[in-house]
Design a binder for this molecule. Structure first.
Ligand code: LIP
Length: 265
């Protein structure tokens, strides 16, 4: 299917899925704890995911799916053909608590590399999109990552909250690292949203030591297409085969020691 038509279809679906989030009336019985006491799924994560898989299968019947709330994740499907990588609600803890923001993230890999990315923030109505080699957009307008150095930028970081103590410690060391170099640090609670903030120049850098593919598949492409450099935590090429650390930095920081903890503290 022609890319333009595919994007239009996905955009329709993601906006409709946003309505499910906006009309949610969440009660305690609809919140389930997954592996680890800080990892939650709500009835609405499931509803949004089911809705998207139904709509996107009808739109692109040959595509496979790799979605957060599936029972099993088969990473071997990621490198063949078109695969939708879906986080039905990125920022589930925010959503549960009524804390802004949370978003719907849909990436599409083609032969294992990111080809399309859409992130919708229902509470603000913001839609971030990117098509490989065609730039990134916010509500249809082209966006660019910041040309300012880190010292003139905010940094956003993720806490890798569900993971082991060492990983979480790394996240907070990262926050201190950027706090020393940037105007200040922010923690939104959604990796997808953070990557969009780098893409549109609201933040100069985003880093999180460990997140899942569905958290970053769409956002990494959007940030990259906006001109950011997106790598793993060691500055190596980001792979789209499973979980990873992620760093996205604006072009204005070129030549700086921007990798977390690459300098002395
Ligand atoms: C969450 C992220 C958040 C990160 C968590 C988690 P979820 O996604 O976007 O920024 O710190 O580790 O991955 O679980 O709300 O989809």
């Amino acid at each position: 299917m022609e890319t333009q038509k595919l994007m239009e279809g996905i955009e329709r679906a993601i906006r409709q899925a946003g309505e499910i989030m906006l009309h949610a009336h969440l009660n305690r019985s609809e919140i389930i704890s997954k592996s680890g006491h800080k990892n939650f799924v709500t009835e609405y994560d499931r509803r949004v995911q089911e809705f998207l898989i139904r709509e996107l299968s009808a739109l692109h019947p040959e595509a496979a799916f790799f979605a957060e709330e599936e029972k099993e994740h088969h990473e071997e499907i990621l490198s063949h053909g078109d695969v939708f990588v879906i986080d039905p609600i990125d920022g589930t803890s925010n959503f549960m608590k009524g804390y802004y923001p949370s978003c719907i993230s849909i990436g599409m890999l083609r032969e294992g590399t990111p080809y399309l990315g859409l992130i919708y923030v229902p509470m603000s109505g913001d839609l971030f999109t990117a098509v490989k080699d065609c730039g990134a957009r916010r509500n249809g307008a082209v966006i660019h990552a910041s040309q300012d150095p880190l010292g003139e930028n905010l940094a956003v970081f993720g806490t890798s909250a569900y993971y082991d103590r060492e990983t979480v410690q790394r996240a907070f060391d990262t926050a201190v690292y950027y706090q020393q170099r940037c105007i200040d640090v922010r923690r939104s609670g959604s990796a997808a949203y953070d990557l969009c903030m780098v893409a549109c120049g609201a933040a100069g850098v985003y880093a999180e030591p460990l997140i899942q593919l569905w958290d970053f598949a769409a956002g990494a492409l959007i940030a990259q297409e906006a001109g950011a450099v997106v790598t793993d935590y060691d500055g190596k090429t980001l792979t789209f085969r499973g979980s990873s650390g992620v760093v996205a930095v604006c072009p204005g920081a070129a030549g700086e020691d921007y990798l977390p903890m690459s300098g002395k503290e």
